[in-house]
Ligand binder design. Structure first.
Ligand code: COI
Length: 377
């Protein structure tokens, strides 16, 4: 889609004249990794004194905020992660963007920030994807990872919610987060998020709280921490940035949403796909010691992580804090079947029976005056 066509489809979006040139000059490097290559374009909408201002598409670059901005002192920040895919027929589609919009607004409410209208969120993700259409990588596992985020920008050290907030969307042509499987360490000491805290929403602070454990894990040669519940340190919750599943005696188990676990959109997709192929899915509290016993007895045959960035990634080893290792092996037929089904839908190779894919051309029918987006039922 040309810049003129995008502008015609989104007349209220202010498109900086430098954007088209930046896109033209952009070249996808051979090695992408995850979140390392930035798209040369970004979307911004500002909330000022209770009103969303006109939205803009800008060249990607540093942003300027006051050193006293609330986000820098009180972490008033929320974000999302979603992906756009380019199919072999050229169609560009977003995967379940409405779910990300809904979760973004749940995060906004928890962090005392303004809700973002559906039309702005959808305009932003579709405009960035449309501009980047020719640069979305298409090998299996590759996509355009979109990162919407909002920050409180009031320059005022008083502890109160920011009145003014900036919403941005940046993007990164990426591969899956992890190549191969995860080696995981059970985090027996710290916790990621407290009951009644912010664990069930997507705020930067949750991820910052996981960094120290992450460093310990990496220096021991592992990849991820497995967090336990914050009250008893007994029930498994999630990995840092991913949900977790275990296949025990042929039944798929995952921690029930406890209030300190992020309700993953991929988690929900995995549960739907598993049921579609006839698996029983159980959401429950999973005692870590019971899980380890089932790995030892051979009843638990697979553990895997899932998330937007990670997609579905098997866990090959679970190590306890005392150094005991529980090996899961490298045969993961169920994780691999679910991965094939999920990426088949996301990458446009399989029928989208759930209606999860949103081709961006269908999304250019916004009524920014209305509170709801009218592009797709
Ligand atoms: C995502 O999967 O989108 C996340 O936000 C997790 C992050 C650790 C990359």
């Amino acid at each position: 889609m040309s810049s003129e066509n995008i502008q015609a489809a989104l007349p209220s979006l202010e498109i900086d004249q430098k954007v088209a040139r930046q896109i033209e000059d952009f070249e996808l490097p051979e090695k992408l990794g995850f979140g390392q290559v930035m798209a040369p374009v970004m979307y911004r909408a500002r909330f000022r004194e209770g009103v969303w201002q006109s939205s803009e598409l800008l060249p990607y670059g540093p942003i300027s905020i006051d050193p006293a901005a609330k986000v820098l002192h009180y972490s008033q920040e929320i974000f999302e992660g979603l992906k756009a895919y380019r199919y072999s027929n050229g169609t560009v589609a977003l995967f379940r963007p409405l779910e990300n919009w809904c979760r973004f607004n749940r995060s906004a409410e928890r962090m005392c920030m303004p809700a973002i209208p559906e039309a702005i969120f959808m305009e932003g993700v579709s405009a960035v994807s449309a501009f980047m259409a020719d640069h979305i990588p298409t090998s299996p596992g590759q996509s355009l990872y979109l990162r919407p985020f909002m920050i409180g920008v009031d320059a005022d050290l008083g502890l109160a919610a920011s009145v003014n907030n900036d919403f941005y969307i940046i993007a990164s042509p990426s591969e899956a987060y992890q190549q191969g499987s995860f080696k995981v360490v059970i985090e027996r000491r710290d916790c990621r998020a407290a009951q009644g805290g912010t664990g069930s929403v997507k705020v930067g602070g949750n991820y910052a709280a996981a960094l120290a454990a992450g460093r310990r894990v990496h220096s021991a040669g592992y990849d991820q921490s497995l967090w336990l519940d914050p009250s008893e340190h007994r029930y498994i919750e999630e990995l840092s940035g991913m949900n977790v599943f275990a296949l025990i005696n042929g039944v798929l188990h995952t921690p029930e949403l406890s209030g300190s676990i992020l309700p993953g959109i991929t988690r929900d997709s995995v549960m739907n796909l598993a049921k579609q192929v006839g698996l029983t899915v159980v959401e429950r509290r999973i005692d870590i010691d019971d899980l380890l016993a089932t790995i030892e007895s051979g009843d638990c045959t697979e553990v895997f992580a899932c998330g937007t960035a990670a997609v579905i990634t098997p866990v090959s080893v679970l190590a306890d804090a005392n150094g005991t290792r529980y090996e899961l092996g490298d045969q993961n037929p169920i994780a691999s079947q679910l991965h094939t089904l999920l990426t088949g839908i996301q990458e446009g190779r399989h029928d989208d029976v759930f209606g999860w894919n949103w081709p961006i051309e269908d999304m250019f029918s916004f009524d920014k005056g209305a509170s709801t987006y009218s592009g797709k039922a």
